[in-house]
Design a protein. Structure first.
Length: 179
């Protein structure tokens, strides 16, 4: 209900671990964007808003900049991908650790979905919750941000909540859409 959601939102915005993780990721995004943006154009124009989803809430900030002359959306994608939200920081070392520890390739999970128009405009989203069906088997892709202050049980519960949202979508799809 709305009262519980407001209390959870307040807790989220006061959680030192969540705030530290968010600040680190916004800084990483600013750094990545700064590699292809004109000098002094990178800015955080919206910060620490909360987006609510069926099973989780996220702290959201918006980082923007103006692309340098001579660069295009492909340069932007290359400079900013994979996003720090799915790789971690420092990015290169975090990606090496992921490669060492994760037993299977991520596939679409943590990848990007979107389009690039003939005008050069691009709109993409990070595939942070995925459900792939292959050979009568469903594969869920979910995750959580792990930092020094992470509590393993809380991170596990977060991934379970995200997975439940995907399974609920399958349940609804199997029943058919009911208005």
């Amino acid at each position: 209900n709305e009262e519980e959601d407001l209390a959870l939102e307040k807790d989220l915005l006061q959680d030192e671990k969540e705030l530290a993780e968010h600040i680190m990721l916004v800084d990483l995004g600013r750094n990545d964007l700064g590699r292809v943006a004109k000098v002094s154009t990178v800015e955080v124009n919206e910060s620490f808003t909360v987006e609510r989803y069926s099973h989780v809430m996220h702290i959201v900030s918006n980082v923007r900049g103006v692309l340098k002359e001579g660069l295009d959306c492909f340069d932007l994608l290359e400079a900013t991908f994979p996003a720090g939200t799915v790789s971690g920081a420092p990015k290169i070392r975090a990606m090496e650790i992921i490669d060492e520890l994760e037993p299977t390739r991520r596939g679409l999970y943590a990848g990007t979905v979107g389009y690039i128009g003939f005008s050069g405009n691009m709109d993409t989203a990070i595939a942070i919750r995925t459900l792939i069906v292959k050979d009568q088997m469903a594969y869920l892709g979910v995750g959580a941000g792990i930092v020094a202050d992470s509590v393993p049980e809380s991170e596990f519960e977060e991934t379970m909540n995200k997975g439940r949202a995907l399974l609920k979508a399958v349940e609804v799809a199997e029943k058919g859409w009911v208005a």
